[in-house]
Design a protein around this ligand. Structure first.
Ligand SMILES: Cc1cc2nc3c(=O)[nH]c(=O)nc-3n(C[C@H](O)[C@H](O)[C@H](O)COP(=O)(O)O)c2cc1C
Length: 391
């Protein structure tokens, strides 16, 4: 019997997420900054790259296994950390279960809705993500907490410029779900009965707290309290990042790099990985698509640390293009959030399966037995595509 909950593309997961979620939640999840130039370019750039498939002498089986920051993964797709609330009652725990079921690692945002202990119980291959937020004592306490919970690596995200005003409007996000919020949100939630039923069945409402931003002895802060602390923190220096690497004493990835000179500095401070990213089009608008900036960064530092590509991945062939241009793996954001909204854990598994199937199909087309055989010659790159920033 056909399974009506199954979807065959990430585009369909997005349509279902849009149908299922209240308008404000869907809009928070779409995010993007200013005119959405970077958001659009992230997607369009993959479409500008082409393939030259072969017809015979193809391998009957194709291997996708690799590793990121020392973690073996069954295919080159990792969950990017996202701090987003109220998408699904099981939140990041459902995402972690899905990632574990499909043999991959998970980035957990410090602005996520579920405590790290629950996420690691569902997927021991969890990297904890922090922003440069609060005093060094506070950061050290949060890192210590994540490490004792069992996080296998740290992601430090540095490409947020507080430039989130967007031309299509930002949703109103309440501090907590109180009487006022129920009145404000009631009408849009009432229009989404499946979403409402899911939360009613779970026996709790979204509490909009950020449990991984807790400090010893304090209550769980709200999203806005944590955001306020972040806004008041002076930006990090490279010396600060060297401190983070020492303090964590394990693999650290710097997320949000788009320039060759920054990639080299990440090597200097001891990072084990970098994520070439513009925060999914949420950094200053006009930052180029990471896939365009990838190749020069890989050429400069790819032999010294793991370079992953983050932003705009919607299909398996996008993953193959990124790996061919030198990424060890990709991180995905919205794609799995749409899967989660559409169908919980099974929806995230569905998205991962869509990507794995697409990678296999592209490898077959190109006649490659493994993702490790891919190289830049496997993609058709138009003139002017590559952006060597800060080289
Ligand atoms: C709703 C939303 C929330 C996000 N929250 C975080 C976060 O808390 N920490 C972080 O490092 N990146 C965050 N990101 C960025 C993602 O990790 C990732 O870089 C981005 O989504 C990649 O682009 P894609 O959505 O096109 O895959 C967020 C992105 C979205 C869309």
């Amino acid at each position: 019997m056909p399974n009506k909950d199954w979807f065959e593309t990430v585009a369909e997961a997005q349509r279902r997420a849009k149908r299922r979620l209240p308008k404000s939640v869907y809009s928070a999840l779409m995010a993007g900054s200013e005119r959405g130039l970077s958001y659009e370019e992230n997607l369009a750039s993959f479409g500008q790259l082409g393939f030259a498939p072969t017809v015979a002498d193809k391998p009957a089986e194709r291997d996708q296994a690799t590793s990121v920051m020392g973690q073996p993964i069954s295919f080159p797709v990792v969950i990017s950390p996202t701090g987003v609330q109220a998408v699904h009652p099981d939140g990041e725990v459902a995402v972690a279960r899905a990632a574990a079921a499909r043999g991959t690692a998970m980035g957990l945002s410090s602005f996520a809705s579920k405590p790290i202990e629950e996420v690691i119980a569902a997927n021991p291959q969890t990297f904890f993500q922090i922003y440069w937020c609060g005093s060094k004592d506070h950061m050290a306490a949060r890192m210590k907490h994540a490490r004792s919970a069992g996080a296998v690596g740290l992601i430090v995200t540095l490409d947020w410029s507080f430039s989130h005003g967007r031309d299509w409007g930002s949703p109103f996000i309440p501090e907590k779900i109180d009487k006022e919020a129920v009145i404000a949100y009631g009408p849009e939630v009432a229009r989404k009965p499946k979403y409402l039923m899911e939360w009613l069945k779970s026996g709790h409402l979204p509490d909009l707290g950020v449990p991984n931003m807790i400090l010893p002895g304090d209550p769980v802060p709200t999203f806005f309290q944590a955001y306020g602390e972040w806004m008041q923190t002076p930006p990090a220096t490279w010396e600060d990042l060297r401190w983070v690497v020492r303090e964590w004493d394990g693999p650290v990835m710097i997320k949000g790099i788009i320039r060759v000179d920054d990639a080299k500095r990440a090597v200097d401070v001891g990072a084990r990985g970098i994520s070439v990213s513009n925060h999914g089009g949420n950094n200053i608008d006009g930052t180029p698509a990471p896939i365009k900036a990838l190749r020069p960064i890989v050429e400069a530092v790819g032999s010294q640390l793991d370079v992953v590509l983050d932003g705009g991945v919607r299909r398996g062939s996008d993953v193959v293009k990124a790996v061919a241009l030198g990424a060890k793996a990709v991180l995905i954001g919205r794609a799995y959030l749409w899967g989660l909204a559409a169908n919980g854990q099974a929806g995230v598994e569905n998205v991962l399966d869509v990507l794995r199937g697409g990678i296999d199909s592209a490898l077959l087309g190109l006649g490659k037995a493994s993702i490790h055989e891919l190289g830049p010659d496997d993609v058709l790159i138009p003139d002017g595509f590559v952006r060597a920033l800060g080289a």
